[in-house]
Design a protein around this ligand. Structure first.
Ligand SMILES: [Cu+2]
Length: 369
């Protein structure tokens, strides 16, 4: 297999300038390009956008089969799982999520399959979203081949912690984690079965966002409302769910492929569209195993950052780079309203990660047709 030959891992997978460039141009025009390993002819392709060419075309060649994977990075980036809602006898909101652990082989780069363990068949798992103060019920079924759990970064009782002895679930079993949604912020959940790094890196993680309840934050109610999914203030924002992840395809405790939302270079081939004069908010988490640190750098712009999302005022102002260790997360806010339209890149500032799949583009447009 290719991955036994470390020396060739880039050479085989990552195309040269001409092939990579044609893949970008083809997909940007909405075509499906299956150029194989560098087989595309430069002659039949439009030149890549200048910005892409300037940054080099060190990206994957070909396309991942999103349909076979059962999830599409271009969709999951805005896909929030809000569960089902009912009212408890005391008048509080009860929000229920149903999560199933499933073994699934997924394609993480063109032609590169990974034997994942998933929540609801996708990696990252569903981006769960609730509101501060609600009562949450997480109905977890383990249809996988190994014991798994859901360990939430939040406030809850020991017996709801999803660790061995407290909510670790055998194959075929079910468990209901139950707790109140607090504190508000940008959190995550992941499997806490042992060995931990193996269970996490196999794909068992996802965002767990708790929106602030404006009534509890009268001094910054407008800010809280802008964070609360479903309000008119929130609808102004262009919100994205991003999980920075990596894949150890040969189980040597090192990653061969990096990404945001699993599929290498997915947002280079299909940039994330942003309307120029509307603000942008990214819920960002890092779950990369084996490498001690990850980062997020935004091109040609600066952003405000809310560490773990647990404050309504920024914890860092006017930065263009933040770093995250594993399980660290936060909220980024920025706008391109004073920019010209065009393609703006985002990526970690570990150059190796960018070449191995973790780079993307925002396509800043005047308006959506
Ligand atoms: Cu697990």
């Amino acid at each position: 297999m290719w991955f036994r030959e470390k020396i060739s891992r880039r050479g085989l997978l990552w195309g040269g300038l001409a092939a990579g460039g044609s893949a970008i141009a083809g997909t940007a025009a909405g075509q499906s390009v299956h150029s194989g390993h560098g087989a595309a002819s430069a002659a039949d392709a439009a030149p890549p956008p200048a910005h892409l060419a300037a940054h080099g075309s060190m990206i994957t060649v070909g396309d991942v089969d999103n349909e076979r994977n059962g999830f599409d990075p271009s969709r999951i980036v805005t896909d929030w799982e809000t569960g089902s809602v009912s009212t408890l006898p005391d008048g509080r909101i009860l929000r229920t999520f149903e999560i199933e652990a499933v073994d699934k082989e997924i394609e993480i780069a063109p032609g590169i399959m990974f034997p994942a363990w998933t929540y609801n068949g996708r990696v990252p798992g569903p981006a769960l979203r609730a509101t501060e103060g609600e009562h949450l019920r997480m109905v977890f079924r383990n249809s996988g081949s190994h014991p798994h759990s859901m360990h939430f970064h939040g406030i809850h009782a020991a017996r709801m912690d999803g660790v061995p002895g407290a909510g670790l679930i055998d194959p075929g079993e079910e468990f209901v984690y139950e707790f109140d949604a607090r504190p508000f912020g940008c959190h995550l959940y992941h499997c806490h079965a042992l060995p931990l790094k193996r269970h996490i890196h196999k794909g068992m993680y996802g965002l767990f966002v708790i929106d602030p309840d404006p009534a509890r934050h009268p001094e910054l109610a407008n800010v809280a409302r802008s964070r609360l999914l479903g309000t008119p203030e929130n609808a102004e924002w262009q919100e994205f769910a991003m999980v920075m992840n990596g894949f150890d395809t040969n189980f040597d405790n090192g990653n061969e492929v990096y990404a945001v939302n699993t599929v290498a270079h997915a947002y280079m081939k299909r940039p994330i569209r942003i309307v120029r004069n509307r603000p942008v908010r990214i819920y960002l988490a890092n779950v990369v195993e084996f490498d001690p640190i990850n980062s997020f750098h935004l091109h040609a712009n600066f952003f405000d950052y809310f560490e773990q999302g647990t404050t309504l005022t920024p914890t860092l102002r006017t930065v263009d780079l933040i770093t995250q260790v594993q399980a660290q997360r936060g909220i980024l806010e920025f706008t391109y309203k004073d920019h010209e339209t065009g393609l703006y890149m985002f990526h970690p500032h570990q150059s190796e990660f960018t070449e191995l799949g973790w780079t993307g583009m925002f396509d800043v447009v005047e308006a959506v047709a």
